[in-house]
Design a binder for this molecule. Structure first.
Ligand code: XMP
Length: 513
């Protein structure tokens, strides 16, 4: 276990992911966690993340310097590097020189940390103060034009640090530097693999559940598919999964869940076809938030009705509910990765008020890309495991205007073409999400064959993103856009115009509603 100490910048999750990419398990802890508690987790190494720009700024978070005395290997990045310098008796000064963005760095002596890294390379910097003197016993490895000490190490103490951000994409050789620290200086072993996770979780779930029965909700998305499959692997038919088909999924997605997913995982699935019911409630509704509320409310009602049916069948008591909570949700809500038995007051209409399920959250320690890998280990079809994030209210919030069966069919046909062509072009991995939006209340004039048309526009909204909080429009190849445009206007008669949304987020959102 490597602990990533979070100093409040947005980099801690990225660092934790990079550590895991080196096949070493990592968890994030807040900087205010007492050092004794950090050490009680018996970390193989500790990484101090970036944070505010100056260790001398008012209210700047510090760290108990006992952390440097514990004999645990420490790696500091950016702010963490300065804290380390300060805590170990080096010098940090407000030199007035700032470095932001891509910065050339000169490697003066590679040492172990920078072994094999080119003498001149570019790294991502974001700092005001600089380290002006390395602590005693540390070798200076690199500098920049304004920062005399940009990296240092003491192999004997098993400590090292860099002024830059090795975790970000813009830093050249960042992953190599991190791995030199983890594997060579700290001596961590690269044993974190998805096969181990499956085995470990299966054991843990069996222990937690005993003979009880478990219920799970499948949404069609990756997280619920993988968490459900893990529980199925552990306890088989003690699990009933409920799939509420609200009729707002994309073409073929419901069938993939009902047929391919069940075939691959053997899960005991109860399908509720609620498409007509949802359409009825959505009739004439155009306001985005009203759509969301109706869908959310109906989803819970429908799921609870299915749940009552499961509870009414003979068998052991139903005590657990599966949730596809991921590690970023856990970190953001300030929780630890360990607690997996939180009681949720799950109020089921028509049942005793105090009926409670315990939660099973087998993905609580995992990042999205790891969840996908676990899904592949479990044999879940790639069409499900590889899915981009998709909003709960589904296509209802990609039809600008009221939702109807006809409009859903138009959007599904266009969306299916987009997905087919994007996959064929090998672009899926480059794109975070690719909403296809139908402007159902807008019409424009076109010409097709000999005739004038008066059809609807489709908006393509491909975006790149790390976490959906911010996003940029994806620069798709013109040839791909051309194929999509030609095919949609040829194959979907109601659509006579295809447009591309080139707004970043902010100011736009990813979805149109
Ligand atoms: P926006 O449009 O706010 O979307 O930039 C950010 C991310 O959230 C997804 N999204 C939703 N997911 N229910 C969901 O489960 C919703 O109502 C909802 N609205 C947006 C969106 O697809 C993107 O990934």
């Amino acid at each position: 276990l490597v602990l990533v100490v979070d100093f409040g910048a947005q980099y801690a999750q990225l660092i934790a992911r990079r550590v895991r990419e080196a096949k070493v398990y990592s968890e994030i802890v807040p900087h205010h966690l007492p050092v004794a508690e950090m050490l009680a987790k018996r970390p193989a190494a500790i990484v101090l993340s970036g944070g505010p720009s100056s260790v001398y700024a008012e209210g700047a978070p510090g760290i108990d310097e006992a952390i440097f005395e514990a004999g645990v290997p420490v790696f500091g990045m950016c702010y963490g590097f300065q804290l380390m310098a300060k805590g170990l008796g080096g010098e940090v000064a407000a030199t007035g020189a700032r470095e932001y963005g891509r910065t050339p760095v000169s490697v003066t002596s590679g040492g172990t940390l920078l072994a094999g890294v080119p003498e001149q390379h570019k790294v991502w910097m974001s700092h005001g103060d600089s380290v002006t003197g390395a602590p005693a016993g540390f070798d200076v490895l690199a500098s920049t034009t304004v920062t005399p000490v940009a990296a240092f190490e003491s192999v004997a103490k098993r400590m090292a640090g860099v002024q830059w951000h090795p975790e970000v994409m813009h830093t050249e050789h960042g992953q190599a530097v991190l791995e030199h620290f983890l594997l060579e200086i700290a001596g961590c072993r690269p044993t974190w693999t998805m096969v181990n996770i499956v085995e470990e979780q299966v054991e843990r779930i069996r222990e937690q559940v005993g003979d009880a029965r478990v219920i799970s909700a499948l949404s069609g998305g990756v997280d619920s598919a993988v968490s459900t499959a893990l529980v199925q692997r552990a306890i088989g038919d003690q699990l009933t999964a409920v799939f509420v088909d609200h009729g707002l999924l994309r073409q073929g997605e419901a069938e993939q869940v009902e047929r391919d997913y069940v075939a691959a995982t053997g899960v005991n699935l109860k399908v509720v076809d609620a498409a007509d019911q949802f359409l009825g409630f959505l009739e004439d509704v155009t306001d985005p938030e009203t759509k969301r509320k109706i869908i959310g409310r109906e989803f819970i009602r429908t799921f609870e009705a299915a749940e009552r049916e499961v509870l009414a069948t003979p068998g052991a008591p139903v005590k657990f509910l599966v949730q596809g909570t991921l590690y970023p949700d856990v970190v953001e809500s300030g929780g630890g990765a360990g607690a997996s038995n939180i009681k949720s007051h799950h109020n089921v209409g028509g049942l005793p008020e105090d009926l409670e399920f315990s939660l099973i959250e087998p993905l609580r320690t995992l990042f999205k890309d790891e969840v996908r890998e676990v899904g592949r280990q479990l044999g879940i079809p790639e069409a499900i495991v590889g899915r981009h994030p998709f909003p709960g209210p589904g296509l209802a919030i990609r039809i600008i205007g009221a939702v109807s069966k006809e409009r859903l069919d138009i959007l599904r046909a266009a969306d299916a073409i987009v997905r087919e062509e994007t996959t064929a072009a090998g672009m899926d991995a480059e794109i975070w999400q690719f909403p296809v939006v139908l402007l159902a209340d807008v019409r424009s004039v076109g010409v097709q064959g000999d005739g004038r048309t008066y059809g609807h526009p489709i908006v393509l909204r491909p975006v790149t993103s790390e976490d959906a909080m911010t996003a940029d429009w994806a620069r798709l190849p013109y040839e791909l856009l051309e194929r999509i445009s030609t095919r949609i206007t040829n194959e979907v008669p109601e659509v006579n115009r295809v447009t591309v949304d080139i707004t970043s987020k902010p100011p736009g959102t990813i979805e149109w509603e």
